[in-house]
Design a protein around this ligand. Sequence first.
Ligand code: 5CA
Length: 446
Amino acid sequence: MRLSRYFLPVLKETPREAQIVSHRYMLQAGMIKQASAGIYSWLPLGFKVLRKIEEIVHQEQQRAGHIPMLMPTLQSADLWRESGRYDAYGPEMLRIRDRQDRDMLYGPTNEEMITDIFRSYVTSYKDLPLTLYHIQWKFRDEMRPRFGVMRGREFLMKDGYNFDLTKEDALHAYNRHLVSYLRTYERMGLQAIPMRADSGPIGGDDTHEFLVLAETGESEVFYDGEITDLKFGDRAIDFDDHAACAAVLEEFTSRYARTDETHDEALFNQIPEERRRTARGIEVGQIFYFGTKYSDAMGALVDDGKGGKVPVHMGSHGIGVSRLLGAIIEASHDDKGIIWPEGVTPFHCGIVNLKQGDAEADAACEAIYDSLTALGLEPLYDDRDERAGAKFGTMDMIGLPWRITVGPRGLKNGVVELTSRRTGESEELPPADAVARIAKIYQGIA
Ligand code: 5CA
């Protein structure tokens, strides 16, 4: 992409309404624009990162054997009356009446709708296990929408639902989700710690929230400091292997880690004092096992193979896709702007031309641009007729992890400059070597 042809409305001033850094940088970098309280337009740069995050979520869901689909945002109130949640959900639910006077709602989650789909088609245990998911906009009329996309009213969520014959199988689905989430967040450059939580309006007893530690997080968390040493990494895991998934769950959840909702001071105090940590965290996902709560209420039954009909065991599993942009920025920025992890960066590399209009510099930039593009990478070439300082400022704010700087002086010596956004370190090297380095960095990522 050439910046002169892109739509990147970077703001010069600091937006006053932003209380936390991720919100401020998303506005300043031209990623989002507020449409009304807690509702945002995703401008091209923000949309690009959102799509990258979605893509990682899709890949990791499907790696775990979960099946993608898409349900609508608007739902019929009748389904929610069946589960009893139409009244129970309260003022957070946006209720709408259509021209036929039918009660509708903008879905805050999809347990009822997926259970209805399931009961319409599946009648036998032979079709189990089954996990369906979608990535769709949700609406919750939050009392205090704030911090930009972090607590929106309209927000993008991955929500997945497992259907299993037995509790044991459903608990395997729970474990499988936990394992796949570990890898999902790590690919985004995040450490998200599973913590024992409260199930709220979704229901059930078994639930973990995934928290990214950040001073600006809305949840207070308590954990054993040893937890932050754990990495899932690039482990190959067979998601059908119950024992293997259970072992990972055990590894990542056996140490004390709880949100304030479930915090137990006496248990916490059993951890050696030097390992006790109190911090704040951003909830980027939550998994639930709630058994037959919805299948009982809505009659989602299957033949059990022994002549009987039994309600299926279910769980639901969410990832806050749009919230993740805020969480990643909170975890990765400096005073100049965002620093995107390679896995989610909107463009792989910036190209800054220090002397636009200089025949040699222009040609070198074009050649680098073409080579990167030919390798399947997406560079952002700042080809504007602007001062070098302004170009650097934009690149630092939008946070591309790598920048190649091209100027007539360097070219005389046959070199360009390759700079890491994270460390600020620069290195001079021939243009072809810079391209090769970028290609190597993104091997296995892009
Ligand atoms: N049905 C279940 C799981 S699919 C469910 O709705 N879970 S949830 O309520 O925990 O939401 C899942 C994730 O969505 C949360 O972990 C959080 O990351 C994100 N989320 C929830 N509310 C908001 C909000 N107002 N703004 C942005 N993200 C949100």
